[in-house]
Design a binder for this molecule. Structure first.
Ligand code: SAM
Length: 254
């Protein structure tokens, strides 16, 4: 049975549909996002400037802004639809969550940022750029962050396992888990967005900017390669803070 469809212009319904879609894909999402914002709250100095890449609705940006009342969070995404839904439902924390547009595929995506920034967070986003695109953005980030600044990167990243039986088992379990999630209200009813007077234009702009969905899902990052790329990009320390199968949180200090 397909999940219930949000009613037309039901901004809260679309917001909740997106969040439950992401929570189903990412086990422990709420706990890890809590860990991520607590880490920022405890490690950053006064009036920090934080950038989120691929921020979607901005749910995490708001969580961070609420845990640090002196922080400003630039929530950047290429999609105009998810940020509009988030803005409508969550507001902007008295101007401390600033939503903006960026295309991480472009070489100068960072050019308009007020550098250096204190921290960068990104969730389930970098892997869509592929290995080369991800490595390029990591090098850019080393220039965007101040020395001592923090990058928190939660994404699908395959662990290095030497034993082939264990490696295959982990791979199978991971893919079985994703396959078991099934259709979500957000994906199943995406076409309903087009018949919604307020959301149709945003959905059209979204399709134009992001292009057609890839025929095959972008491959997961390779965890060891990702950590190596962070060091080569100029990060002084890199640690894998949390993992569930292929989902991992990396912290890197510039
Ligand atoms: C899987 S979603 C994750 C969204 C959000 N971080 C979350 O956890 O709910 C990936 C996000 O990356 C954004 N994205 C994809 N390609 C992008 C690009 N080239 N530049 C900027 N954002 C991009 C998408 O619009 C989407 O919001």
């Amino acid at each position: 049975m397909s999940p219930p469809q949000p009613a037309p212009s039901d901004w809260r319904g679309w917001f909740d549909a997106w969040e439950s879609h992401m929570s189903a894909l990412m086990p422990g999402r709420d706990m890890v996002l809590g860990l991520l914002s607590n880490l920022l709250a405890r490690t950053l100095g006064a009036t920090p400037l934080i950038v989120e890449l691929g921020s979607g609705t901005g749910g995490l940006a708001h969580r961070i802004a609420r845990s640090r009342h002196d922080a400003t969070v630039l929530a950047l995404d290429l999609d105009p639809l998810l940020p509009a839904i988030g803005r409508r439902v969550l507001g902007d924390e008295q101007g401390r969550v600033v939503r903006g547009s960026v295309d991480l595929r472009s070489a100068d995506w960072w050019a308009d940022l007020p550098c250096p920034v204190d921290a960068v967070v990104t969730v389930a986003t970098l892997h869509v750029l592929g290995d080369r695109g991800t490595d390029r953005v990591l090098r850019d980030l080393a220039g965007v962050l101040r020395t001592g600044g923090l990058l928190l990167d939660l994404d699908w990243a395959v662990p290095e396992v030497r034993d082939p039986v264990l490696g295959t088992a982990l791979n199978v379990l991971s893919h079985e888990r994703i396959a078991s999630v099934g259709p979500s209200a957000f994906s199943t009813h995406r076409s309903a967005l087009r018949s919604d007077p307020q959301l149709a234009e945003l959905e059209q702009r979204r399709r134009k900017r992001l292009g057609p969905p890839p025929a095959v899902e972008p491959p997961y990052l390779d965890a060891a390669g990702h950590q190596r790329a962070l060091r080569e990009a100029g990060f002084a320390d890199v640690v894998e803070l949390w993992r569930h199968l292929d989902l991992a949180l990396f912290a890197a200090v510039r």
